[in-house]
Design a protein around this ligand. Structure first.
Ligand SMILES: Nc1ncnc2c1ncn2[C@@H]1O[C@H](COP(=O)(O)OP(=O)(O)O)[C@@H](O)[C@H]1O
Ligand SMILES: O=P(O)(O)OC[C@H]1O[C@H](OP(=O)(O)OP(=O)(O)O)[C@H](O)[C@@H]1O
Length: 190
């Protein structure tokens, strides 16, 4: 019997709204060989732009949760979010799997996934406000609520955290992320 392949690390990209998590993940996917991204399940209306996600109703989300379809789930911004258990399939072939997580879900994620690398993305408050307004996905009141949550600290007890300043060009942030992740990435498998 052949040995079970080592699971690729889960790379949690976290940080305040508008800091560039989705932009950074997309750029990392084009640059880092074998890196894959796990889509999230979200109770958000479909096709609101930005990330590729599975849009469900609150009832569908509750049903999926009861069926134990999720590896991890949390609530934020009046929405429910989840990482489906399918992430395990990606972890058996990818060099690493990126996911966009809530900072408050990180300790549970570390327990669930074992090898969790946290990329903590930062930018100045001025940059955050400008980017959120320019993105245009949320109305002004929601942008204000998101900015008020911007300084949420990371929980204590995380084993592997890398801070990525994304106040400047995206390329610089991607280069920092790639250099930090290289020692953790698994060889690609068929
Ligand atoms: N380094 C960067 N320089 C300029 N604009 C950026 C940079 N990173 C992200 N953006 C822009 O900022 C906005 C918010 O980025 P997004 O990736 O949606 O953030 P998040 O997923 O953290 O909310 C988007 O319009 C995106 O194009
Ligand atoms: O607890 P926090 O770390 O503040 O995170 C709260 C939520 O904000 C982000 O969601 P989402 O990607 O929908 O919003 P964003 O693109 O505006 O960051 C993140 O993925 C979490 O789901």
């Amino acid at each position: 019997m052949s040995p079970r392949p080592v699971k690729a690390p889960v790379i949690a990209v976290v940080g305040p709204s508008g800091v560039g998590k989705d932009s950074l993940m997309d750029a990392m996917l084009t640059r880092i060989p074998g890196l894959k991204k796990q889509r999230r399940v979200i109770t958000r209306a479909p096709e609101l732009g930005g990330e590729d996600y599975v849009a469900v109703s609150e009832t569908q989300f509750a049903d999926l949760c009861a069926e134990r379809s999720f590896a991890l789930h949390w609530q934020a911004h009046g929405l429910y979010y989840a990482i489906p258990r399918e992430i395990d399939v990606l972890r058996r072939s990818a060099s690493g799997v990126v996911v966009n997580l809530s900072r408050k879900a990180l300790l549970e994620a570390q327990d669930v996934f074992s090898t969790l690398i946290v990329l903590s993305v930062t930018a100045t408050p001025e940059v955050l406000a400008a980017r959120l307004n320019a993105r245009g996905r949320e109305d002004r009141a929601e942008v204000e609520r998101r900015l008020a949550r911007a300084s949420t600290p990371l929980p204590e007890g995380l084993l592997h955290v890398v801070e990525i300043d994304n106040s400047g060009p995206l390329d610089a942030a991607v280069a920092t992320a790639e250099a930090a992740l290289t020692p953790w990435l698994q060889p690609e498998r068929a």
